[in-house]
Design a protein around this ligand. Structure first.
Ligand SMILES: [Zn+2]
Ligand SMILES: [Zn+2]
Length: 255
């Protein structure tokens, strides 16, 4: 089986390593395929997406690396497309990973994966402290976007769980929360049965979460529906390139 990671970031957005360092790291770790998935330029501007003025240099660098390392590793030119992307044509990339990282609450934007404090204050200010209402907005925004956008992969489906491994923010075992998340997962699969869900180890590396996105109850549902799955690490540095791939591969077999 080929060793593949299609979800990686570099210094062109919020990663710590250059694209070439990531390629060399992937070769050393025995990868057959490395896909770059830069955060598409977004509005409003933030400190983690690609600034649009750097897009030409980014694309030239990926093309240069594809040529330079041809025969040693297959480099794919992907993109992580947030719902609020601007100034880029996703169809000009090899593939697009669709994501929602921020909630738009009447023109006030809140990143859901920045800090637990920010997510909590968003919940209090915009949803009267009702996390289920926040979750409904997050999942409906995500499923609307995936249905409408030219994306082949669904990114970190339950990203709002990033800071909730201990159920500090909300009770992720609550049947009301689980049925809400499952409803939007079904909505996506009913409309786009061929889409791929990533099983993303990013928060296992970055904040020590015990399981990937999506959570096990969602993974079980994906398996029951026969959905396409791909393990990714959402790597922002070389060390994260294949983080927990073995562990998550085993989890997927056992579920
Ligand atoms: Zn993301
Ligand atoms: Zn990412």
């Amino acid at each position: 089986m080929k060793k593949i990671n299609l979800h990686t970031h570099t210094t062109f957005c919020d990663g710590k390593n250059t694209p070439e360092e990531m390629v060399l790291g992937a070769i050393e770790k025995g990868f057959d395929v490395l896909g770059f998935s830069v955060h598409a330029p977004m509005q409003p501007k933030n400190d983690w997406a690609l600034p649009v003025e750097n897009l030409p240099a980014y694309r030239a660098e990926i093309r240069r690396l594809q040529k330079k390392y041809a025969g040693r590793i297959e480099i794919r030119d992907g993109i992580e497309l947030d719902r609020d992307y601007v100034d880029v044509d996703p169809r000009s990339f090899d593939y697009a990973i669709g994501a929602v990282h921020q909630l738009n609450c009447g023109g006030r934007f809140y990143d859901v994966d920045y800090t637990p404090e920010l997510l909590q204050s968003c919940c209090e200010k915009e949803f009267g402290g009702d996390f289920l209402k926040l979750a409904e907005q997050y999942y409906s925004t995500l499923s609307d976007f995936i249905l409408a956008a030219p994306v082949q992969i669904v990114a970190h489906f339950d990203l709002i769980e990033k800071f909730n491994a201990q159920n500090d923010l909300f009770d992720s075992d609550d049947p009301a929360y689980q049925s809400l998340a499952l409803r939007h997962m079904d909505r996506i699969l009913d409309a786009k049965p061929d889409i791929t869900f990533e099983v993303n180890t990013g928060a296992m590396f970055r904040v020590g979460n015990p399981h990937p996105y999506p959570a096990p109850f969602l993974l079980r549902h994906l398996k029951a529906r026969g959905a396409n799955l791909i393990i990714t690490s959402d790597a922002h540095c070389v060390e994260a390139l294949d983080f927990a791939f073995d562990q998550v591969g085993k989890l997927l077999k056992e579920l």
